[in-house]
Design a protein around this ligand. Structure first.
Ligand code: GLA
Length: 722
């Protein structure tokens, strides 16, 4: 290709100048290697015309003795070494005590991985036998780049890695004062949207509990006056379910960088001679279509390239979960009665939550001993499963495999299997301790127990929970590996999930950690859906789900209709509103159906039937929020089939304080010239052009009062022939 040939989608390069361009449908990302072998960032933003548009990769000049050329260089993967003082991605100590890296570009490799064009740049330390490979996978259609890094010790003594981030992303220099959007929270209040200006300095987002966590989610967006539908947005998500950090910083030129990966707090990775290690993926994209544009791209990427196959191609079932109905008082007759009612409503999956296993009458005992409680289930789980299946539902079970209660047979037999320091107390939280899944024997045991359960019983679904953080992260038998537990534990979880899926291909997994503590793209390579929050109050859920939906698609967002919101004993919010909020994701029911009257059951059955009818749109359509970002009083969410032939809009009015009429909401992404038939509840069907629906919008049929909601369906009419 000549330097002036128009760039076509895929990975383009100019070997003579050592530049590469990742050309996507609407975006481009460019990098290059200087004659000295430094890999520099050249561009991330709108598409470029030709390779000639790129300046030669070159080290600039010192600005001052404090701001040296090397420090100012926009390196793709800056290391800790030399005169560099900005964000860095890699820090290592060599056997001779040298704590300084000097990476030089070696060669490139262009290929394909997992169906995506892949560029790998191999770098090598100038003196030591450390190879570092920067990996870029490109989802051309969705303007997304998946970065990772692989390190390899090619020598014969160990190298100690003290930080290894997945990527450093440089925003365009023209993008000077962006707003940072993050998802913050805590237990019962996950993924709350938070916006703040980026000023000089560093904003640190992190999870340090050994899991993704609820305090922050490893997702970010940076925009400059973008709206839901217009304006440039950089967005990204780290695919990792353990300790993580994202550092949003300004460099010495005031440009914004985002560095992130596995957290380096208490972390060290001894890289043995010949060993290699690959960092988690960091996914990011650029769009000029606002937050809905970012959301659409990320959701599509996750559905197509992250979620486990073949489950990602099948609808997520409507589930019933017994937790809020029976708490720990699970027993055969009660579950059978709930199953009858759940099936009558149209549930497709019946999940028995916590409380089913031996000794589990409260949260103080039982974790670790995964056999059915002989008092609650005198004949094991089979009679219940038989009935659930006869009712046409699949059967699912709650487990918390990484945990053990001291009051359990497992702990009595293997007290050394938990993280601990011999001289320190073992801090309990929820009366439980964390199994050391970095250990091969513990991993093998957990896999064998779960595999045994899935082999004994036709269990099609596991809700995999994790209800406490890691503390006292010691591994007395392996002091050398003790600081690597932060990555080995997560790798253990992933490996067990993968082994179970391989042996039981029909299995689906829901990731949970005291609600939404494990909501990330890493777990979604191994799990099919996520429990969004223990808070099932519909008003709280709308907030939580709005944030969640910025990062993750509806099919993974599990939402139940329940009886008991956090602020009252009995739910007075209309059943319709409760259902509509839950229908924004994968619908579940978690109320005590034995207490629902005939009218409630009949209404619930109608909503379940409607959900099933629109499920392909919700679970696999493009989601667009039609109302402004951040807890608007009136909320409208549109789901449009990827083919554009049909869609559905959910409308909500949270509070009706002033008796105002609903403003019209404008639909998105329709074909202006096509006509659409609208099905508005209690109104005659009407037909409008796409142009009118996008310009004038529709008035949502929201009943008077607070907690009003509606569902409006629409379908494109076939083009008339004449
Ligand atoms: C966690 C989960 C809940 C439930 C309980 C059971 O809190 O988030 O949904 O499964 O554990 O103990």
């Amino acid at each position: 290709m000549s330097a002036t040939t128009p760039l076509t989608p895929g990975i383009q390069r100019d070997p003579a100048r050592q530049v590469w361009v990742l050309v996507m449908a609407h975006a481009a990302y460019a990098l290059g290697a200087t004659p000295e072998g430094l890999v520099l960032h050249l561009h991330w933003g709108a598409r470029l015309g030709a390779l000639a548009d790129l300046s030669d990769p070159a080290l600039g000049r010192d600005h001052s003795s404090m701001d040296t050329a090397l420090h100012l260089a926009r390196e793709e993967y800056p290391v800790y070494g030399g005169l560099r003082y900005g964000e860095f991605a890699l820090k290592a100590t060599f056997a001779d005590g040298t704590r300084d890296l000097d990476l030089r570009y070696d060669k490139d490799e262009i290929g394909e991985e997992d169906g995506l064009p892949t560029l790998t740049l191999h770098l090598h330390d100038a003196v030591y036998p450390l190879r570092v490979s920067l990996i870029y996978r490109v989802d051309v259609a969705h303007d997304i780049i998946v970065r990772s890094v692989r390190i390899e010790n090619q020598g014969n003594v160990a190298i100690h890695i003290e930080r290894i981030f997945s990527a450093v992303w440089h925003l365009s220099r023209s993008y000077m004062a962006p707003t940072l959007t993050t998802l913050a929270g805590r237990w019962g209040a996950e993924t709350q949207i938070q916006r703040q200006p980026v000023v000089a300095g560093i904003t640190v987002l992190e999870g340090r509990r050994g899991l993704t966590g609820q305090t922050a989610n490893p997702w970010f967006a940076l925009d400059s006056a973008a709206t839901q539908d217009a304006g440039a947005v950089y967005f990204g998500a780290l695919a990792w379910s353990g300790n993580w950090t994202l550092r949003v910083a300004t460099d010495s030129t005031s440009a914004t960088v985002v560095a992130g990966g596995v957290h380096d707090v208490d972390f060290a990775l001894p890289l043995a001679p010949g060993a290699a290690w690959q960092a988690p993926e960091f996914v990011a994209g650029y769009t000029e279509d606002g937050f809905n544009g970012a959301r659409r791209r990320l959701h599509r990427f996750i559905r197509a390239h992250v979620l486990p196959a073949p489950q990602r191609a099948t609808p997520r079932p409507v589930l019933y979960n017994s937790w809020e109905a029976t708490w720990f008082f699970v027993e055969e007759a009660g579950q059978l009665a709930l199953a009858e009612r759940a099936a009558a409503l149209g549930a497709e999956l019946f999940v028995v939550d916590d409380g089913w296993f031996a000794g589990r009458n409260h949260d103080r005992a039982g974790l670790g001993d995964w056999t059915p409680d002989p008092v609650k289930f005198p004949h094991g789980l089979q009679p219940l499963i038989d009935r659930v299946q006869a009712l046409g539902m699949d059967f699912g079970l709650w487990v918390e495999p990484e945990m053990v209660n001291p009051a359990s047979n497992l702990y009595r037999a293997h007290p050394d299997w938990v993280y601990h320091f011999p001289t320190r107390p073992r801090s309990e939280s929820r009366h439980q301790l964390v199994l050391n899944l970095a250990r091969d024997d513990v991993r093998a045991h957990v896999l064998a127990v779960l595999d045994g359960l899935l082999t004994t019983y036709p269990i099609r679904f596991l809700k995999w929970d994790m209800n406490r953080p890691i503390s006292e992260p010691g591994w007395p038998d392996e002091p050398d590996q003790a600081r690597a537990i932060w990555v080995r534990h997560v790798a253990g979880v992933y490996a067990i999930m993968d082994a179970l899926r391989l042996r039981h291909p029909d299995l689906s997994i829901e990731a949970c950690a005291s609600g939404g503590g494990r909501a990330d793209l890493g777990i979604l390579r191994h799990a099919d859906q996520i429990w969004t929050s223990d808070n099932t109050h519909p008003e709280a859920r709308l907030r939580i789900q709005e944030g969640f939906a910025l990062a993750l698609p509806a099919r993974v967002m599990v939402a139940w209709v329940t009886d008991t919101p956090m602020d009252r004993g009995r739910n007075e919010i209309p059943l319709a509103f409760r259902f509509h909020v839950a229908m924004l994701g994968t619908l579940g029911i978690g109320g005590n159906l034995l207490a629902w009257d005939a009218a409630e059951l009949a209404e619930a059955a109608r909503w379940v039937a409607l959900y099933k009818a629109i499920r392909p749109l919700v679970q696999d359509g493009d989601q667009a929020w039609l109302t402004p970002l951040g807890n608007a009083n009136i909320v409208a969410v549109q789901y449009l089939a990827p083919t554009g032939v049909a869609g559905v809009i959910f409308g909500f009015r949270r509070a009706d304080l002033f008796g105002d009429s609903s403003p019209p909401v404008r639909l998105r992404d329709l074909e202006p010239a096509a006509t659409y038939r609208l099905s508005i509840p209690d109104e005659e069907p009407c037909v409008r052009t796409g142009a009118a629906l996008m310009a004038q919008g529709i008035t949502l049929p929201l009943p008077a009062g607070s907690y009003a909601s509606c569902v409006v369906r629409f379908a494109r009419e076939a083009a008339s022939s004449g």
